[in-house]
Ligand binder design. Structure first.
Ligand SMILES: NC(=O)c1ccc[n+]([C@@H]2O[C@H](COP(=O)([O-])OP(=O)(O)OC[C@H]3O[C@@H](n4cnc5c(N)ncnc54)[C@H](OP(=O)(O)O)[C@@H]3O)[C@@H](O)[C@H]2O)c1
Length: 278
């Protein structure tokens, strides 16, 4: 990983949740030096604040940022993407790599706004990147090859797990599942904690118990590779307490609610993908 990024200059356009998490991940892991990294924001005040926070150069001039970068990371809101591409689209060359984290923004729509055939990688990270526990899915645009995906993997690895998705059509489902997933998890944690509070637990303790139960359960799924249903069976002693909890969940329709959450968010992503860059 270190070798992949050695000497590469990385410019991050947009330094809020995701852009800042990436910059911090690269700096704290030692994969990039402050000299290799730079960023840009919309406002002078935020440029100053982020520059101080991260110890890197932060501009409000996207064109200057792009001119000095080997890799450009686009981390602005999807609706701001056309504006930024209208500034930098003529400058980007086939020697550079453009990574976009913008949700619901297909690579073909980005490529259509660039003057040259530039390698573009679409990435979908999530907010736990802030603490190195993120999940990022990557897929390649028309002009990006293995080497570009590997470079993108090296950039996102310090902030969590990285998976490759071959079919870009699936990125809306990825966004709906792992991009939005932390929001679903917070609702579940909050609700479990409310259950604990209802049964007399102090709220702080109830929240800790709920969050760690989800975190530990999730870690066991990833570490063991076992099907979640088998791991659930391990917890569910015959005639024990868990089965009564599970019956209540089934009555409440939790499974269907979660399946429909992913379906609804995917449809929303598809609709935005089809519409917003026109
Ligand atoms: N948040 C998530 O959970 C999540 C997950 C996956 C992907 N994403 C994607 O990541 C992208 C960034 O989201 P976010 O939540 O990190 O941040 P955001 O709230 O979209 O932040 C926007 C950032 O872009 C800067 N900006 C706005 N216009 C600009 C311009 N013309 N030139 C340069 N910088 C500009 C802003 O600067 P100022 O601070 O000066 O206003 C700010 O730093 C979005 O496209 C989103 O779809 C987000």
């Amino acid at each position: 990983m270190e070798l992949m990024l050695a000497g590469k200059r990385i410019g991050i356009i947009g330094l809020r949740t995701i852009g800042t998490a990436l910059a911090q991940g690269l700096l704290e892991s030692g994969l990039a030096t402050p000299e290799q990294l730079s960023g840009s924001t919309a406002h002078l005040e935020s440029a100053r604040a982020k520059g101080e926070l991260l110890g890197i150069q932060v501009l409000t001039d996207n064109r200057a940022l792009v001119k000095g970068a080997d890799v450009v990371i686009l981390a602005v809101k999807p609706k701001t993407v056309p504006k930024v591409l209208s500034e930098i689209g003529e400058l980007l060359t086939s020697q550079q790599l453009l990574i976009s984290v913008a949700a619901a923004t297909p690579t073909r729509l980005i490529e259509a706004r660039l003057a040259q055939p530039v390698p573009v990688v679409r990435a979908m990270p999530n907010t736990p990147c802030r603490i190195g526990q993120g999940m990022t899915a990557l897929c390649a645009g028309a002009y990006a090859g293995e080497e570009h995906l590997e470079l993108a993997r090296a950039i996102f690895s310090p902030v969590g797990r990285v998976a490759l998705v071959e079919d870009e059509e699936l990125m809306d489902a990825v966004t709906a599942l792992s991009g939005s997933g932390p929001a679903y998890a917070y609702i579940i944690i909050e609700s479990l904690a409310e259950g604990g509070v209802k049964m007399g637990l102090p709220r702080k303790l109830a929240t800790e118990l709920a969050a760690q139960a989800l975190l530990g359960g999730a870690a066991l799924v990833l570490a063991s590779g076992e099907h979640p249903a088998l791991l659930k069976d391990d917890v569910t002693t015959p005639a024990g307490v868990t089965i009564d909890g599970l019956i209540a969940l089934e009555e409440g329709g939790l499974r269907v609610a979660l399946i429909k959450a992913v379906m609804a968010a995917t449809e929303r992503g598809k609709a935005l993908s089809d519409g917003h860059l026109r």
